[in-house]
Design a protein around this ligand. Structure first.
Ligand code: KIV
Length: 274
C-alpha cells in the first residue's frame, strides 16, 4: 500500500467520508463498544464506525431490554469510548424516553451527549414519529443516524424480536421513513432485521449509507453487537449473527485456570513475587 493511501486510511472517519464510501461502493464496518479498553482494540483494528449502542442496557447492565438504560449511563459509556478512539467515527444512541414525543427534550439530550462525550453524532430509532426530533437535533448541527426495522426501543409494541417489514404495508412505511430521514438530513440509517430484498432496495434508492444488522448483503455496511460477534454472549444466536471468536469459553477457561492455580498455591511462583 502506498504511503498516501495509508495516510488517507488512517484519517479520522467523518460522516462525509461514509457517504463517499457509499459512492465508491466501499463497504462500511461498524461495531458497538461501551468501554475504553475494548474501544481502543476495535479502533486499532481499523473499524470505520463505533456505535455506543443502547444495547449497553443488555450486555453491560444485564437488563432484558434496551429500555432501562439512562442518558447519564449512555454518556458514561460514550465518554469512555471516545477517549480511546483515534480513527473511527463515534456515534452514541439516545436512549428510550430522551427524544420521543418532545423535540426540545431531544435537542437537550443530543447536546448533552455531544458536549459531555465528544462523540460525533447520535442515533435515534423510528420514522415519521420522530421526524420533529430529528429535525431539531440536526438544526443544531448535530449529525443524526436513523434506525428502522426492528427498533428495540419499541419491543413492547412489537411484542417479538421477529423480522420486521415482511408485509407490504410495513415495507412501504419503512421505505417512506427512510426517504424522510434522508430528506431531513440524516447521514445514515441502521436497518435492523428486515428482508434482504427490501434492505437492498432502500440502499439503492437512497444516497446516504444503509448499515444493516440482519438485513442481508445488499446494503452499504454491517453492524453487530461486539459481545455477540466475539462470543461473549452465549445464549443469543439469531441467523444473522456470525461469531468471530468464542471469548466466552476462552474467558471461563482462563478464569478457571487462575482459580485452580490460586487454590493449589501454584500462583504466584518464585518469579512472580518481589
Ligand atoms: O444498540 C445497539 O447495539 C444497536 C445496534 C444493534 C445497531 O442499535
Amino acid at each position: 500500500m502506498s504511503v498516501a493511501k495509508r495516510e488517507a486510511e488512517s484519517r479520522k472517519v467523518t460522516t462525509r467520508r461514509l457517504i463517499e464510501m457509499k459512492q465508491r461502493g466501499e463497504k462500511i464496518s461498524m461495531l458497538t463498544a461501551y468501554d475504553y479498553s475494548m474501544a481502543a482494540l476495535i479502533d486499532q483494528a481499523g473499524m470505520d464506525v463505533i456505535l455506543v449502542g443502547d444495547s449497553a442496557s443488555n450486555v453491560m447492565a444485564g437488563n432484558f431490554t434496551t429500555l432501562p438504560v439512562t442518558l447519564d449511563q449512555m454518556i458514561y459509556h460514550g465518554k469512555s469510548v471516545v477517549k480511546a478512539v483515534k480513527r473511527a467515527l463515534v456515534i452514541v444512541d439516545l436512549p428510550f424516553g430522551t427524544y420521543q414525543g418532545n423535540s426540545k427534550e431531544a435537542l437537550v439530550s443530543a447536546i448533552r451527549v455531544m458536549k459531555e462525550t465528544h462523540a460525533e453524532g447520535v442515533k435515534i430509532e423510528g420514522g415519521v414519529e420522530i421526524r420533529e426530533s430529528a429535525e431539531r437535533i440536526l438544526s443544531a448541527g448535530i449529525p443524526v443516524m436513523g434506525h428502522l426495522g426492528l427498533t428495540p426501543q419499541s419491543i413492547n409494541k412489537f411484542g417479538t424480536y421477529n423480522v420486521r417489514a415482511k408485509e407490504e404495508e410495513e415495507a412501504q412505511k419503512l421505505l417512506a421513513d427512510a426517504h424522510m430521514l434522508e430528506d431531513v438530513g440524516c447521514f445514515g440509517i441502521v436497518l435492523e432485521k428486515i428482508p434482504a430484498k427490501l434492505a437492498a432496495q432502500v440502499a439503492a434508492e437512497l444516497t446516504i449509507p444503509m448499515i444493516g444488522i440482519g438485513a442481508g448483503g445488499g446494503v452499504d455496511g454491517q453492524v453487530l453487537v461486539m459481545h455477540d460477534m466475539l462470543g461473549i454472549t452465549q445464549d443469543f444466536s439469531p441467523r444473522f449473527l456470525r461469531r468471530y471468536a468464542n471469548l466466552g469459553e476462552e474467558i471461563t477457561r482462563a478464569v478457571q485456570n487462575y482459580i485452580e492455580d490460586v487454590k493449589s498455591a501454584d500462583f504466584p511462583n518464585e518469579k512472580e513475587q518481589y
